[in-house]
Write a protein that binds this ligand. Sequence first.
Ligand code: PLP
Length: 397
Amino acid sequence: MKLFDVYPLNNITIDKALGSYVWDNHGVQYLDMYGGHAVISIGHTHPHWVARIEQQLNKIAFYSNSIQIPLQQQLVDKLGELSGKKDYQLFLVNSGAEANENALKLASFHTGRKKIVAFSSSFHGRTSLAVAVTDNPKIVAPVNETDNVIFLPFNDEEALTQCFAKQGEEIAAVIIEGIQGVGGIYEATSDFLQLIRQLCDTYGAVYIADSVQCGYGRSGQFFAHDIAGVDADIYSMAKGMGNGFPIGGILIAPHFKASHGMLGTTFGGNHLACAAALAVLEVMEKENLVEKARQRGMYLKNMLNKVEGVTVIRGRGLMIGFEVEAHLQQIRKVLLNDFNIFTGEAKPNVIRLLPALTIQRKQMDEFLEAIQEAFTEIQSKMNNLQFYATFSFGWRC
Ligand SMILES: Cc1ncc(COP(=O)(O)O)c(C=O)c1O
């Protein structure tokens, strides 16, 4: 037997982690500017998170959703408090795709309609509906293809207005990331999010804020969509929610009525996952991490702006994307291989920074120094190659 080979792997085995550092099986330390793909919110193996999971594990890890699980109510209360969406309802699942799948399904149940508006460069997951609203035909299997999804250009107010004018009565939902992650760190404008709110109100459609990657404090606000000053009807969440423990959920506005059997899952909201998620929120509150993400992100962006070779910087809080001059594009590999720093990428040439919200100034400076040195290293290797090319060419002549 072997694993189904779907991931291009780095030849590194990580077996220990703390805060913003991870260590491989040879004891080599790496700085994690990638947060294990935006998942690590309160830092690897945060002691409060470990203790809460351990305590829970010694009591009960799982029982089905057929009994009272008070931890779920504690999670709703804390989430309402920290997100500011106090009167919203919570449905718990296990991943980002599952959160979006249920958000879209609920929107369709609620409106009795089928059409969904999604946007260019979107990523919403790989399950059936989630992948159908994802703008990447390569990962859409024939069975996922549907005429129910309308793709529009991101942030194009005119196109959205026209679309609603034409078929607004058929539209069940608009789904949008507050900051596109996989698409390359592009922010939805406040005007665009406000227009979505307004059109959804006018036509009776559901505004779904995909907050799987950009939510949970990462942008410097609890939800990146909050920047527009309007509420979405449904917020989908996952990555940062469990700090690595698999959990996802949707926050659902009060006007949605639940009925028994409408949605369901075996594992969603289990005791252990709730304990992990509660630990995350407790740490976020105690360490004021949403505000820290905002401040730390500003520092990182300001400093990156001064690095020669960086051409474009986008994003907010600790969800940052930057591009570099064409001859420096091997930077991610050099950072990993020569400086032991993990970063993320978005095709074709965006470097994504998604560190833990607990990242320290010292660690950001370590990254900033490394990137300058890495650029110098790449440049001097190129100069050497040019020198040898000229030299050997001259010699042959
Ligand atoms: C914005 C967004 N939505 C949904 C997903 C899917 O989440 P998961 O991989 O947990 O299913 C992702 C994953 O990268 C994402 O970035």
